[in-house]
Design a protein around this ligand. Structure first.
Ligand SMILES: [Zn+2]
Ligand SMILES: [Zn+2]
Length: 256
């Protein structure tokens, strides 16, 4: 009991990292932007991990995110801190996501290419069952209280810390390599699977790699290279590079 309570916070943080990497690599880079092709075995694995750790529907995530790119920081952007204020996005990101994910027009326009296959209809459509199963597994492994604590910590970090930091801070403050309304945070990128290199991402949305400078680190790219070596993903686009005239190091604009 004591030992599992010691492990519970570590398991909660580790689960969040697993969910963040799966979101960034599979939902974001592979499905929403078609930067990668995922082997069918890895596809089922990613979907299972996301089902157990988040219960999210892949076509909903893709639709909300593509709408964000289509209307970045102007009317129609589902979660722009410039339109809504940064605190609203930081505190209510999950509400803005859920509101847009329930909009049938958004799903029709932005995710009609994401199939609802047999696995979706029979298994992954039932997000709450996935989450319940994930929590039950944690309780079986760690004991009931430690399992519930790890699950609650993971939910808190994923829903109320990591996602709001990406969507809120990523369009509010940070450094910039490229001329767009998004910002990079090299520090936050370590925690967000590279997603906080958000200025780079908006400049090169279809790049499978989000870092472009030597001191920028994209954890998802490390995982993508490992999956590529195992034959589980194929790059459909080359990684983005800085233009030649920007390769000489200079301090990017901004504070983070
Ligand atoms: Zn963005
Ligand atoms: Zn994107």
């Amino acid at each position: 009991m004591m030992l599992s309570m010691v492990f519970a916070p570590i398991v909660g943080v580790a689960l969040t990292q697993v969910a963040v990497l799966a979101t960034s690599i599979y939902l974001h880079r592979a499905l929403a932007h078609r930067a990668l092709r995922v082997h069918p075995a890895a596809d089922v694995l990613f979907r299972t991990v996301l089902w157990l750790t988040t219960g999210q529907q892949r076509h909903e995530w893709v639709a909300v995110h593509r709408k964000h790119h289509a209307f970045t920081d102007r009317t129609g952007d589902p979660h722009s801190p410039r339109l809504l204020g940064v605190w609203r996005v930081l505190l209510l990101n999950v509400y803005y996501y859920a509101r847009e994910a329930r909009n049938p027009e958004t799903l029709r326009v932005f995710a009609s290419d994401i199939p609802r296959d047999r696995l979706d209809r029979r298994v992954f459509r039932h997000g709450w069952i996935g989450l319940g199963l994930g929590i039950a597994l944690l309780c079986a492994l760690l004991g009931p209280w430690a399992g519930l604590f790890a699950a609650a910590l993971h939910a808190l970090l994923y829903v109320f810390v990591v996602a709001p930091l990406i969507n809120g801070v990523g369009h509010w403050r940070g450094s910039q390599n490229f001329d767009n309304t998004a910002y990079n945070s090299r520090v936050l990128a370590w925690l967000t699977g590279g997603e906080s290199l958000h200025n780079n991402h908006h400049a090169h949305a279809r790049s499978p790699k989000f870092s472009v400078r030597r001191f920028e680190f994209d954890p998802s790219w490390v995982m993508i290279r490992a999956l590529k070596a195992l034959g589980l993903v194929t790059l459909l686009r080359p990684p983005a590079r800085l233009p030649l005239d920007m390769q000489e190091y200079r301090q990017p604009q901004g504070v983070l």
